[in-house]
Design a protein around this ligand. Sequence first.
Ligand code: ZN
Length: 169
Amino acid sequence: MSKYVFASCEKTTEKVLDSTIETNLVKSIQEEKKLADERNDIDKDGFFCVTAVVDGGWCKRSYGHGYNASSGVAFIIGLATQKIIFIDIRNKVCLTCHAIETGRISSKTHVCHKNWDASSTSMESNIIVEGMKYLESILTIFAAHASLAMGIRILSNELKTKLAMVTVS
Ligand SMILES: [Zn+2]
């Protein structure tokens, strides 16, 4: 397969994946809200109160050192459905931008996937805080309880502080 055919397939796959993820997230969120409604877990302000489990990971495995991964993912799972209700990615590198910067190709318009300049260790907590805010402000879902899954315990103090700030505001 030529690199042009591969790039074309990659773009098509990205569109299909994005659409599928969006559809499934909407379904999971609706299901989580329905179950909260059935439990009568709606607060006086109309927020659907759910229990969330959060986790994340990096593209690079580390064993207590070397926290410099170029991308990370984190997600929020609704405990009642056990389905993902929010997911996002942080990337420190865009290969197209890198090729432009190093002079391998000339500047061109592209879908840039670089969206993070801070430390790798703050990727997961940033995604989860953004997800909690999104669920609360746009979807009227309030994570009344949030549990940290095993992979994110290393960030727990920072994350707990940020989560506390989210639930207070
Ligand atoms: Zn780029």
